[in-house]
Ligand binder design. Structure first.
Ligand SMILES: Nc1ncnc2c1ncn2[C@@H]1O[C@H](COP(=O)(O)OP(=O)(O)O)[C@@H](O)[C@H]1O
Ligand SMILES: [Mg+2]
Length: 225
């Protein structure tokens, strides 16, 4: 299996006026293509910072992020944006759907922004909607959908362009147990049926058991797995 994410000695210090907050203190982690990895640790240990740095949304203070062979630190902002658009799908605790668009509209807009051709969208959207059990919800607006359905739309939006990497930040943090199980099983399906590489972060060890490999994080460090 090929290595798709490599993080080398990653450090991030936030500066709040004169106060320095070290969020990542030398993190090393690698993810193989096709893996479903969870990073588990208490609130404030640096999980989101790690995920957003890997996704090119946050710049590290030092260290390297290599995505699919490309060193993010060697790129300019435009190149990083391009890598993010082509290779990464994000899902968040808050579903972040556009309220004025239908489920279909939210997914189609993401595909359009990523440069997907209209002809390719239809069949792809049908198959993803089917896999996620959304066939009968596509014309609904987010306000007419349950939290679990909204998160499934957000997952469809993230994977419609078949990104190599899906990054998930506490994806079940706003869901009840039943919807949480459903969403986690769907992530597992995406991983097993489509070979989707997934890196998920969570504070909840019960959420992490759906993944193939669990890595623990404490105080800005990733503990050996
Ligand atoms: N934008 C920011 N500015 C300053 N400090 C931040 C910022 N984002 C996160 N932090 C701090 O960095 C540490 C790690 O935060 P975070 O990565 O959000 O952890 P987690 O996702 O594990 O809860 C915390 O101490 C947090 O307060
Ligand atoms: Mg977080």
């Amino acid at each position: 299996m090929a290595e798709i994410i490599r993080v080398d000695n990653l450090r991030k210090v936030y500066r709040l006026g004169r106060v320095e907050v070290p969020a990542l203190r030398g993190v090393n982690v690698t993810v193989q293509e096709g893996e479903f990895l969870s990073i588990v640790g208490p609130s404030g240990c640096g999980k989101s910072t790690l995920l957003y740095t890997i996704g090119g949304l946050t710049k590290p203070s030092s260290g390297k992020v290599i995505l699919d062979g490309d060193d993010l630190g060697q790129m300019n902002e435009a190149q990083r944006t391009e890598v993010r658009r082509k290779k990464i799908g994000f899902i968040f605790q808050r579903f972040n759907l556009l309220p004025t668009l239908s489920a279909y509209g939210n997914i189609a807009l993401a595909a359009h922004i990523a440069g997907m051709k209209n002809g390719a969208l239809g069949p792809e959207l049908d198959s993803i909607a089917k896999l996620l059990g959304l066939e009968h919800r596509l014309q609904h607006h987010p306000g007419e959908l349950s939290g679990g359905e909204q998160q499934r739309v957000a997952i469809a939006r993230a994977v419609i362009t078949r990104p190599k990497i899906l990054l998930a930040d506490e994806p079940t943090g706003n869901l009840d147990t039943e919807n949480s199980d459903l969403v986690l099983n769907l992530l597992k399906d995406l991983n097993q049926k489509m070979g989707q590489t997934i890196m998920m972060i969570t504070h909840n060890p019960e959420v992490a058991i759906y993944s193939d490999r669990i890595v623990n994080m404490r105080d800005g460090h990733v503990l050996e797995s």
